[in-house]
Design a binder for this molecule. Structure first.
Ligand code: FMN
Length: 239
């Protein structure tokens, strides 16, 4: 039991550059796909397909695509920031501001010259040795699921299964949401010959670390009593 919790706890986001010269063995890529295969999905629709990208030229081209970043994104991201590790440890949710460019750490963010420069510097993705692009058909929602809420939850289950398996294989894993937004989504779809009617749910960068001495970053979570209730919402007396 504790072993299972350890696997879940050790799963993490790895946003650093990976050693793109070191390939991921095919059996390991297949294990990650096998994990996706057994994910629970609403009505067992298995509402996903996965494009595995290992071709160096394709990877470098996708990494160099200009990812759109909107003012709305930066403003809403700001609401999740803590400015010191102590603040993050106290809040227990969100991210450390130091991970983001200086112009994004201001409450009055404007898409001015500095911000545009920051965005230009940040645009390219760090190198990796493989990507997995998970796509779905938005025309095939889970039965009567408004906005395909259940379909999206299913895609989340696929993500978690893949992530846990990658972690168990000591393969670093990084989710990239920004390839799912126009206009970059169209470019990626064209490059990978993904049919027009499909949408990119999420993309993951996979690979091995160049440098195992990377400082572990602070990962925080709320306490159980902060999100769980017992018998009545807001009531907690299990401890
Ligand atoms: C639906 C979803 C989308 C995410 N999108 C991104 C992303 O675009 N870029 C990124 O660096 N991390 C992304 N993440 C990773 C989260 O930021 C990360 O899981 C969270 O900060 C907790 O950190 P941990 O994964 O190390 O536990 C995403 C995670 C989920 C579940």
């Amino acid at each position: 039991m504790n072993e299972l919790l350890n696997v879940m706890h050790d799963r993490k986001s790895s946003r650093m550059p990976f050693d793109h010269i070191r390939h991921i063995p095919k059996p390991h890529l297949l294990k990650i796909l096998e994990a996706a295969r057994w994910a629970p999905t609403a009505h067992n629709m298995q509402n996903f397909e996965i494009v595995v990208v290992t071709d160096g030229l394709l990877l470098r081209t996708i990494e160099s695509l200009k990812r759109p970043i909107s003012e709305t994104f930066v403003r809403e991201n700001y609401a999740q920031l803590s400015f010191t590790e102590e603040e993050l440890e106290m809040k227990k949710t969100g991210l450390l501001a130091a991970n983001f460019p200086p112009s994004w750490r201001k409450s009055d963010f404007k898409l001015d010259k500095d911000a545009k420069e920051d965005i230009a510097n940040l645009r390219s993705l760090p190198p990796c040795s493989a990507m997995m692009v998970v796509v779905f058909d938005p025309a095939k929602r889970a039965p009567a699921s408004e906005g395909d809420f259940l379909g999206f939850m299913s895609l989340g289950c696929v993500m978690e299964n893949m992530w846990l398996m990658a972690n168990a294989l000591n393969i670093h894993f990084h989710i990239i949401s920004s390839l799912s937004a126009a206009p970059i989504e169209e470019e990626v779809k064209k490059m990978l010959k993904i049919p027009n009617n499909l949408k990119i749910a999420f993309t993951c960068r996979l690979g091995y670390d160049h440098d195992s001495t990377h400082k572990r970053y602070l990962r925080v979570r709320r306490e159980i009593k902060d999100f769980a209730s017992h018998n009545q919402y807001g009531s907690w007396e299990m401890e």
